[in-house]
Design a protein around this ligand. Sequence first.
Ligand code: GAR
Length: 208
Amino acid sequence: MLRVVVCVSGGGTNLQAIIDGIANGSVFHTEIVRVVCNNPGVRALERAKAAGIESVCVSPKDFEDRGAFEAALCRSVEEASPDLIVLAGFMVKVPTELIRKYENRIINVHPALIPAFCGKGYYGLRVHEAALARGVKITGATVHFVDEGMDSGPIIMQKAVEVHEDDTPETLQRRVMEEAEWVILPWCINLIAAGQVKVENGRVTVTE
Ligand code: GAR
């Protein structure tokens, strides 16, 4: 069994996609052992509870400084002894200590086709606002390993999504989630659980 800790900040629809994938058998040999959240009272926590998954909320507001928050965050992830850490809409910069310790064992879903619309300041709805402002006709989602940069780690999978002329950031976000994020994130976890994902020289290959 692949022990997965899922880190969330908000709505938790990507968390739900993983929960559903495990429940319907499209994600094999995987168990979500804990959900870690940095925001109290968000929908993602309700989703974890409804699925019977233990959750821990670590809010920066409860700590004196960033260092204390980061230490508590690392602790709450590591206590669960994960094989894989999944950032599913997690709006916190992951502490370097955790990234180094879990090299190629942390994945993130980003709502654009990296290297477009990624890096500092590109998260959530802002990504879709930027895509619409630029007038791109195709956008999508990316699942990648997390390294010490911003959205710069090895890419595991990407899926393209059409932009419609009458899109708002909200309608585009929804389509990217439905057609790409909720599909490729559980898929990648399944591939990792099956041992089919290899990283070499910063590039990913998926084996049969
Ligand atoms: C998702 O679109 C995810 O790709 C994005 O935030 C949303 C979270 O939705 N993540 C980022 O922008 C990270 N850079 P969710 O809470 O409903 O899964």
